[in-house]
Ligand binder design. Structure first.
Ligand code: ADP
Ligand code: ZN
Ligand code: MG
Length: 486
């Protein structure tokens, strides 16, 4: 049996974070009562005319620039005609043969290997309304229409078929999401549908160049679903080809519950959208100077920042990846690292305690009550040898709850490290006297007792004794001739 290689390309719809819709002044707010954010333009009433939202264009261009695209000084809006109840105008305003951006690419890596995903095009379009189905069966079924989403601005990003595995596809989608979120043009929310991904996939005999017949899988609202749906689809296609069947080009829907895809429509039934230039909108003309001005305001993008974290702070790739999962988290880390002057320690605290707190409370970094400077002070106290690691953890909790500074907690509660050798010796002598039977066992050869005794000393000092000193001191006392420790 020959082996097959998958070929995958993505089509991503991203809602632009404008306050108002793309061709009218209605609000884009999510979650409002149905049909409360509408006007004659959204509903396509006779005589209503679209006026392009400049902010939507700006966001679209920012996204396309970050995706490495060429921005065209002139592009054209087109009508995509089809009938569906949630499309009151009978057409969607989109871009067709002259989109505003083409020929981009993003770099990403998977399992340490550098990969590239070409971007065919980015275009602007309006979203349709939402159909809400209720009940089942022909008699009992009702469909409600909510037009609040009609006219919400979207960009569609079409990739080249450059991806070869479901994991690569999920990773590339995740990188694109990260870029859009970092730019502030999309909220990355797949559950609410403000970021949607359709995956096109085909398989071909390994080593051959020609592409196979593709299917398009829709309804993928998480990275996991992209991954699982592609795995299923690849297996299905390979099984069909191996059995000597022919595949047909079709659009399939992912059913997450059943863990399979099923046919939505085939190419033979494919829509003829009868695209034609939108007569109510002039060509979209973008001044080259304006495009360059926008380019100069692009923030450092996540992939670049990740690389910089590895180089500038000598962080492991893993840390750099975790810390750049949101730009605000990365900002927080950089502030702690700069103030504390210890990047690896700052990374450990942010990845460990701060992320744990965020997870426990289900909040973002912007809701973390501890400022980066306050955390940096704690990191410094450890670095200067003023408190031990275990005490630092306890101080962190107290800072988090009370908002007091690390220094104040350490001073007021007497938590400074006991580093004085004579003081530690005295505590060790006292603790060991209290555990005479264990000491005797140790001396009789049961060396496992050592760790227990060190633990007892640390406990007696509430974790404040310098652990190195304690180890050394306990070892010295145990090495003394048998009898009561002096
Ligand atoms: P269509 O004509 O069906 O719209 P396009 O050529 O416009 O197809 O491509 C749509 C998407 O499908 C793109 O993301 C592209 O990368 C991907 N694609 C095209 N051909 C294939 C193929 N043979 N296998 C997998 N993906 C493909
Ligand atoms: Zn409107
Ligand atoms: Mg196409």
């Amino acid at each position: 049996m020959s082996t097959y290689e998958p070929v995958i390309g993505l089509e991503i719809h991203a809602q632009l974070l404008t306050a108002t819709k793309i061709f009218c002044g209605c609000s884009t707010r999510f979650g409002a009562a149905p049909d409360t954010q509408l006007c004659p333009v959204c509903l396509g009433l006779p005589g209503a005319l679209p006026v392009l939202n400049a902010r939507a264009v700006e966001f679209g261009v920012r996204a396309a620039l970050a995706l490495g695209c060429r921005i065209h000084p002139e592009s054209i809006f087109a009508r995509k005609n089809y009938f569906y109840p949630d499309l009151p105008k009978g057409y969607q305003i989109s871009q067709y043969d002259r989109p505003f951006a083409t020929d981009g690419a993003i770099a990403f890596s998977i399992g340490g290997a550098a990969r590239r995903l070409g971007i065919v095009r980015v275009h602007l379009e309006e979203d349709a309304g939402k159909s809400l189905h209720e009940g089942a069966g022909d008699a009992g079924r009702t469909t409600h229409l909510d037009f609040n989403r009609s006219g919400v601005p979207l960009i569609e990003i079409v990739s080249q078929p450059d991806l070869r595995t479901p994991a690569e596809a999920a990773e590339a989608f995740s990188r694109i999401r990260e870029i859009l979120v970092a730019l502030g043009v999309n909220d990355g929310n797949m559950e609410e549908g403000s970021l949607r991904c359709d995956a096109n996939v085909s398989v071909r005999p390994a080593g051959t160049a020609a592409f196979g017949v593709k299917t398009e899988v829709k309804n993928l609202n998480s990275f996991r679903h992209v991954h699982r749906a592609l795995e299923f689809e690849i297996e299905r296609q390979v099984a069909a080809l191996s059995a000597g069947q022919r595949l047909v080009q079709e659009t399939r829907l992912w059913d997450a519950g059943a863990g399979r895809t099923h046919v939505m429509r085939t190419k033979e039934e494919a829509d003829d959208y009868r695209y034609f230039p939108e007569p109510d909108l002039p060509p979209l003309v973008l001044e080259p100077a304006w495009i360059e001005a926008l380019r100069s305001t692009l923030p450092e993008l996540p992939e670049a920042r990740r690389r910089r974290f590895v180089e500038q702070y000598q962080l492991p790739e893993y840390d750099a990846g975790v810390l750049t999962q949101s730009m605000k988290l990365a900002d927080y880390f950089e502030r702690v690292a700069a103030t504390a002057g210890n990047a690896k320690a700052a990374s450990n605290w942010v990845m460990g305690e701060i992320l744990r707190k965020m997870k426990d409370t289900g909040t973002g970094i912007e809701d973390v009550p501890m400022t980066p400077d306050a955390l940096a002070e704690l990191v410094s106290l450890v670095d200067q040898g003023l408190i031990t690691g275990p005490v630092a953890k306890a101080v962190f909790e107290k800072m988090y709850e009370s908002g007091r500074s690390a220094r104040a907690i350490v001073d007021e509660e007497g938590l400074a490290k006991i580093g004085d050798a004579a003081a530690i010796d005295a505590i060790v002598r006292e603790v060991l006297s209290g555990h005479a039977p264990t000491v005797a066992e140790y001396r009789a050869g049961k060396t496992k007792a050592f760790g227990f005794l060190v633990g007892q000393v640390m406990k007696a000092t509430a974790g404040k004794a310098d652990p190195g000193h304690v180890n050394e001191s306990v070892r010295r006392f145990l090495a003394e001739p048998a009898g009561e420790p002096r």
